[in-house]
Design a protein around this ligand. Structure first.
Ligand SMILES: *[C@@H]1O[C@H](CO)[C@@H](O)[C@H](O)[C@H]1NC(C)=O
Ligand SMILES: *[C@@H]1O[C@H](CO)[C@@H](O)[C@H](O)[C@H]1NC(C)=O
Ligand SMILES: *[C@@H]1O[C@H](CO)[C@@H](O)[C@H](O)[C@H]1NC(C)=O
Ligand SMILES: *[C@@H]1O[C@H](CO)[C@@H](O)[C@H](O)[C@H]1NC(C)=O
Length: 464
């Protein structure tokens, strides 16, 4: 079976912020460094961020007078590191806004335009500028998403008002080129999908993608096992054949229980990728870095912020979970398991030279979880020799858990250079020899998995 596992992953960030909020150049460089390093390790293809039209991006100088200089700086950088933007068209430039309501530390204006002729002009000129600068062949591989979470406090209008914005933005972008990909509704909690599809059908709008967000802690969804699968499948069905992009998700947006910093997030990801395969075109992890200023920049390195990299550049377990996943092959391999319980999952892939086995012991915090022992058998691997060079990597409470090491330091708000070195060391994947036994031509191995652990096993195939 041909499968596509990881082509679908990209990352989301709250990012134009890095250039947009007038922060110091050093701070901007911190953010870029996190993006550069994670792109290089994880192979992100796309990145999305709020606020590209915010006042601090200096886009609308005066009515009908624009500067796209800062936007160019952001997109030039992304293209230079082989990434493309998912252009979230937000928020409202004050000069064009119908009201004063803003969101977050950086004061994104969340009101509809006071005059749609002005908004249409801005969107058309921006799209034309991007096509002029980067070429239609390039820009037609980007995604243009209309606004962010109009149903969750990021839009002062109602659903009808949002659909007006969607229709105007769609028409403006398509007037520049029908090849520009336009989508929405960018909602939180996987909402408004059927309504959006119906509105578009009634109004002759052919969206290129449907976008929405889901977090396992969203108030509308009490977690069930395979929550992300069930939600993605429902959205795909409601989208009626239009490709679906989850432009935000992670292991839990708000939670009393820390999760983003912990091995929990890695096992969530490794578990989810196999289970949601084929349902969505892109799933975009929120967010890339804890250099993140929706609530102002928090100095604490581990405060359960969304990044896969802390504000001091230390990768979190989720980063390493994605790094292991990046090595998955595109063909699934059958494995048999003994002793697996409700919370363990085992799946395997292969490439020409290797079998990769991914094992997690994961469930949402709401469910009971305990230590489990899992024995995995991969058939046929030992037929032509002994897989002596097989390796495994482990992420759990005591492996690749820099937050635990930081807490053992006394949770310093401003770690010293020596402490930062120690945190990087604590956040390193270590290869270990796989203890295995051969039964006929099959190889078998056993792991005792503490809750929220992730194991990735790599078996070289020259023995086939
Ligand atoms: C915006 O705020 C200013 C100053 O508080 C006020 O005078 C103005 O009426 C407000 N405009 C709108 C559209 O709410
Ligand atoms: C949405 O708001 C507009 C005003 O912007 C109003 O005319 C319309 O009745 C509202 N629609 C609904 C369904 O509440
Ligand atoms: C698995 O789930 C079922 C139903 O929720 C439960 O009855 C059973 O005890 C669980 N088994 C284990 C090993 O967790
Ligand atoms: C789970 O396994 C760990 C590591 O082997 C051990 O320290 C812990 O006591 C075990 N917990 C339970 C509930 O058996």
């Amino acid at each position: 079976m041909r499968t596509s596992l990881l082509a679908v992953f990209c990352v989301t960030v709250a990012a134009a912020l890095a250039v947009a909020t007038g922060q110091s150049a050093a701070r901007f460089e911190d953010w870029r460094q996190a993006v550069r390093e994670s792109q290089s390790a994880l192979g992100w293809e796309y990145i999305r961020f709020h606020g590209v039209l915010n006042d601090d991006m200096s886009v609308v100088i005066a009515p009908n007078e624009y500067s796209f200089f800062n936007i160019d700086q952001v997109y030039d950088f992304l293209l230079s590191i082989n990434m493309r933007p998912i252009v979230e068209l937000s928020f409202m430039p004050t000069a064009y806004a119908s009201g004063n309501e803003t969101i977050f530390y950086y004061k994104g204006n969340i009101t509809p335009p006071k005059d749609y002729a002005q908004w249409d002009d801005l969107i058309t000129k921006l799209a034309q500028h991007l096509v002029d600068r980067y070429g239609l062949e390039e820009v037609s591989q980007w995604y243009f998403e209309v606004w962010n979470e109009p149903n969750c406090g990021f839009w002062s209008g109602n659903q009808t008002d949002y659909f007006t914005l969607l229709q105007h933005t769609y028409t403006a972008l398509k007037s520049v080129s029908p090849l520009i990909r336009v989508g929405g509704p960018a909602t939180c909690q996987s909402q408004w999908i059927a309504e959006t599809v119906a509105f578009c059908k009634q109004n002759g709008i052919q969206l290129d993608f449907i976008s929405t967000h889901e977090y396992p802690t969203d108030p509308t969804t009490y977690p069930v096992r395979d929550l992300m699968h069930d939600i993605f499948a429902a959205t795909k069905a409601a989208a009626g054949g239009i490709p679906v992009i989850y432009t935000e998700f992670n292991s839990g947006l708000f939670s009393d229980t820390p999760n983003h910093d912990l091995p929990y997030a890695a096992s969530f990801l490794v578990n989810m990728v196999a289970k949601t395969q084929g349902l969505v075109e892109i799933a975009s992890y929120w967010a890339v870095s804890d250099v993140f200023e929706e609530g102002g920049q928090d100095p604490t390195p581990f405060h359960d912020m969304y990044g896969i990299v802390t504000n001091i550049g230390v990768p979190k377990p989720a980063f390493h979970g994605l790094k292991l996943l990046r090595q998955a092959g595109t063909d699934r391999v059958a494995v048999s398991t003994v002793g697996d319980a409700n919370t363990t999952s085992v799946w395997a892939t292969r490439t020409d030279n290797e079998v990769q086995v991914f094992i997690t012991n994961f469930d949402y915090f709401e469910f009971p979880i305990q230590n489990y022992t899992v024995t995995v058998t991969v058939a046929g691997v030992a037929a032509k020799g002994s897989p002596v060079n097989s390796l495994y990597y482990l992420i759990d409470d005591t492996h690749v858990n820099p937050r635990a090491v930081w807490e053992a330091m006394g949770s310093p708000t401003y770690p010293t250079p020596a402490q930062i070195v120690a945190l990087h060391e604590a956040s390193t994947l270590h290869a270990q020899q796989l203890p295995y036994s051969v039964v006929g031509s099959d190889i078998t191995f056993t792991f005792n998995l503490v809750p929220y652990s992730t194991v990735a096993v790599f078996i070289p195939l020259q023995f086939y």
